[in-house]
Design a protein around this ligand. Sequence first.
Ligand code: SF4
Length: 473
Amino acid sequence: MHEKCGVVGVALEDRPAARPIYYALYALQHRGQESAGIVTHDGFQQHGHVEMGLVGEAFDEGDIADLAGQVGIGHVRYPTAGSVDSACAQPFSVSFKSGSLGLSHNGNLVNTDVLRSELADLGHAFTSDGDTEVIAHDLARNLLEEDLVEAVETTMGRIHGSYALTIAHDDRVLGVRDPEGNRPLVLGRLEDGYVLASESAAIDTLGGELVRDVRPGEAIVLDPDGTDYTAHQLVERERTGHCFFEWVYFARPDSIIDDRLVYDVRRDLGRALYEESGVESDVVMPVPDSGRAFASGYAEAADEAEFAEGLMKNRYVGRTFIMPTQDEREQAVRLKLNPISNTIDGKDVTIIDDSIVRGTTSTQLVELLRDAGAESVHVRIGAPPIVAPCYLGIDMASREELIAADRSVDEIRETIGADSLAYLSVDAVADAIGFDRDDLCLGCVTGEYPYEIAGEATDRDLDLPDRHVADAD
Ligand code: SF4
């Protein structure tokens, strides 16, 4: 399960934007490892460099030096399952009659096809099948007749789905968050400018301070000279649809999203997990690194159990999802994690993680712990079972692959071979995050989404864009 993207936007008073964007992308590398890109504007023309690979591989000193200008945007991307396609690497940049445009997008639209065919009928030619290019074309068309903020508002009235965008239109950079606020986007202040980023950790990396989250439905336009910004609330909704998995899994623990430090939320989730389904054991241990904050909260609440690292991670092994076959994936877990026998041998062990997707890793982990001498293995998960796919920008397994899609918790326990298994309830998750559950996207754990998605249920009366409704008819 992987976040598809991280976005950045920067405007500075008196120095090139490329290097800070580059550092910010490093801070957001966990949100996408397939490609990295930067687009800048020097007041006359746009410059861009987009490459496949990690941030450190995608740029050299010469590339950074060539990216002239004090404003710019950046992007790291992880592709959707199966597609490793440089045509979809971002920022997407193009010159139209209305000026140059660069777009970095985190999220996923759910009405792309409708808009693409409408724009194609008007003569727009597309070079990729991505939704970001559709947003770019729509925006470019509006910019022929409207100013930047009006054009963004018009486009927001036509697109439906999840989007946190940083946009460079000539020398102006802005950040836009979809009306449900599904993906995070924050505004930060630097000594000599402003920065927009998917996570506050990127602002910390630049030595800046977090100003606030970009609000759902809001656009924030940075002044080209880096001295100020203007905020425009373009769309209002009664309910938001923040992705709860940002706090549980995707975001860095040192990021603050909607006023909550992700690390604190994860510890609270761990405490709640113990309160809901604590089990007596000798030792509580995390699945590294994802389960660490949960396990420390759980162990603190458990009081009597020892908190210990029982599994050591080999950081140089690729992520398990890169392995194309089930056999290879199973092998990869053993390459990646090695048990510390002394911590495990003869003990009743509780192992904590943040999610179970296919169940492959959990099955292997339970086996590893038993092989290392565990008397019993209890698995605790700091989120509810994932029963449905994500259509909103998370690369997740299909419904058929999800172990919880058609199994009860006890059937999953049996499949992974644990002595006991428990997940956290949806209400406990909402409590720990500090949002009413009606203001969260819980689509993958309830099967009901805050957007209109063909063949899926929704959890609310949707306020759909005009264009979407007209085309759907
Ligand atoms: S479906 Fe799940 S992963 Fe996707 S946005 Fe909603 S909560 Fe996040």
